[in-house]
Design a protein around this ligand. Structure first.
Ligand code: MG
Ligand code: ZN
Length: 223
């Protein structure tokens, strides 16, 4: 019986990967660089998006897709206020985004007017890792307030991430957070991961992340 369950899940994931590849082809054809932002709730996804929009607009034209488990669209509204073209996805209680949801949202955006697409995944440290959405990079945001043991407890997320943004580093002096222990765990899981240590509150470290992102966007632009 268990074999059947696994094959059903494999079919679902295969179908997802197929749609993700189509999403990516669509973004490539339009010259849009896309990132999938994943994190636990409260790690600072929306704050990072606001910092990013502030730094890159209007030179970089940015679209946003915000996944939430409910119809509450305040994250999308915060993005729109900061200058992005934003689409809210209500996942209907689903705890992660899937490629078909992003496909629908892509149709609501005019990709020809965009350079960068930020997909804000549902706040969840487990299953977003398993679902390719068709973006070009998976960016995980972690916060030092979550504790230095997180790579050891949620390995699949760290393995899936191409980039790690460690947020709220301004709080390090007040926490029992062993940065070496944390980073050792991260690099064990993903030796080639790109790490940015930032504080969205003070702005520390943000410029290195912005430079990296700007470089990715210009490499994807149609020439
Ligand atoms: Mg948010
Ligand atoms: Zn889920």
């Amino acid at each position: 019986m268990s074999v059947k369950v696994i094959s059903v899940l494999e079919n679902i994931l295969q179908a997802n990967d197929q749609i993700a590849a189509e999403n990516r082809a669509r973004l490539d054809a339009a010259g849009v660089y896309a990132i999938n932002l994943m994190s636990a709730p409260g790690a600072g996804k929306t704050a990072l998006i606001e910092q990013t929009l502030r730094a890159l607009t209007p030179q970089v034209r940015i679209g946003m897709i915000n996944g939430d488990t409910t119809a509450a669209s305040m994250d999308a509204e915060r993005g729109a206020q900061a200058g992005a073209m934003a689409v809210h996805i209500n996942t209907g209680g689903n705890c992660h985004l899937e490629a078909h949801m992003v496909r629908q949202a892509l149709s609501a955006l005019d990709l020809s007017t965009l350079d960068l697409l930020i997909v804000e995944n549902v706040g969840n440290l487990v299953c977003p890792a398993g679902w390719d959405l068709g973006t070009h990079a998976r960016v995980m945001i972690a916060s030092v307030t979550e504790g230095d043991d997180k790579p050891y407890k949620y390995p699949s997320m760290y393995r899936a991430a191409d980039v790690l943004i460690l947020n709220k580093i301004d709080l390090l002096p007040y926490l029992q957070f062993n940065l070496d222990y944390y980073l050792r765990g991260v690099r064990l899981l993903k030796p080639e991961i790109q790490v940015f240590q930032v504080s969205c509150r003070t702005g520390e470290g943000i410029s290195a992340w912005i430079d990296w992102l700007r470089e990715c966007v210009s490499s994807k632009r149609l020439t």
